[in-house]
Design a binder for this molecule. Structure first.
Ligand SMILES: C[S@@+](CC[C@H](N)C(=O)[O-])C[C@H]1O[C@@H](n2cnc3c(N)ncnc32)[C@H](O)[C@@H]1O
Length: 268
């Protein structure tokens, strides 16, 4: 088995280096340290769905380098706990929270979202997970865990960028999933699994067009910064990531792989 293409550690380890900041500035409307298809404008819509305020406690699953958690703690005064499997992500998130002056309201910890979460039942008012659920192996178990750690009435918003809405060749599947564990799911799977876990599904929004444009901009920005990126990544990782972004842009542009945003509520 070949090793996954190193998207996450290569980015989180150099989160604040000038070249990665420049690439994000040229890719997104706002640099949140993303390694995903999320813009700040979209995050603001998701945040409104989560009904957050100063008394809320949000869990961000797969928080990456913490830009989302820190922005929410800063703007809304909420308490935020972020978890991610990558130790480099947690270090970058803690550093970001200190620099932003919200370290007292944020906690970042390394944890595997496939496992039982290290929180008691009903700990959180809201849960957010952006572009990461496709990396978790057992979706029914993961959504049941999210339901357990939410309080009754709690809101959950997550995106799934890997909903299969057209034919993919084996080579395309391999290229799209080259960055790690991957689950390709059919349309309707998330809604049915949310319901089985006890959630009420409030909305499912197709956000695929954003993936096509962000992947194209990310690809072009990395091409412009190729010499500096080669120093950090080496030629083979650089080229593998360019190949990955090329296939992401094509599959989203042709609507064969879709990204959906789900908004759900734990009844009560
Ligand atoms: C596409 S990135 C998204 C990160 C962040 N949410 C964002 O929007 O930039 C996917 C994230 O999932 C994390 N991840 C992958 N598998 C995981 C697991 N089993 N448990 C926790 N985090 C995981 C990766 O380390 C990475 O930070």
């Amino acid at each position: 088995m070949t090793a996954p293409v190193n998207l996450y550690d290569s980015h989180y380890g150099h989160d604040q280096d000038a070249v990665y900041r420049a690439v994000r500035a040229e890719t997104y409307d706002e640099d949140l340290g993303q390694t995903s298809w999320l813009t700040a404008a979209e995050l603001d819509r998701f945040t409104a769905q989560l009904h957050l305020g100063p008394d809320s406690h949000l869990l961000e699953v797969a928080c990456g380098s913490g830009g989302v958690s820190v922005r929410i703690a800063q703007r809304l005064g909420s308490r935020v706990t972020g978890l991610d499997r990558a130790a480099t992500a947690i270090a970058a998130a803690q550093d970001r929270a200190h620099r932003a002056g919200v370290a007292a309201r944020t906690t970042f910890q390394s944890a595997d979202a496939n496992a039982e979460l290290p929180f008691t039942e009903g700990t959180f008012n809201a849960l957010f997970c952006n572009d990461a659920i496709n990396h978790f192996r057992n979706r029914p178990a993961v959504l049941a865990e999210w339901h357990r750690v939410l309080r009754p009435g709690g809101r959950c918003v997550f995106t799934d960028p890997i909903v299969l809405t057209g034919p993919l060749s084996d080579a395309e599947m391999r290229a799209r999933s080259s960055i790690g564990d991957f689950l390709f799911v059919p349309p309707g799977f998330n809604e049915a699994t949310l319901q089985r876990a006890g959630f009420e599904v409030l909305d499912a929004e197709d956000t695929t067009s954003a993936v096509a444009s962000i992947a194209s901009r990310w690809l072009a920005a990395r091409q412009r910064h190729r010499p500096a990126l080669l120093e950090f990544e080496g030629e083979s990782t650089y080229l593998e990531l360019q190949a990955f972004l090329t296939v992401v842009a094509r599959l989203a542009g042709e609507g064969r792989l879709s990204r959906l945003a789900f908004h759900a509520r734990k009844p009560g």
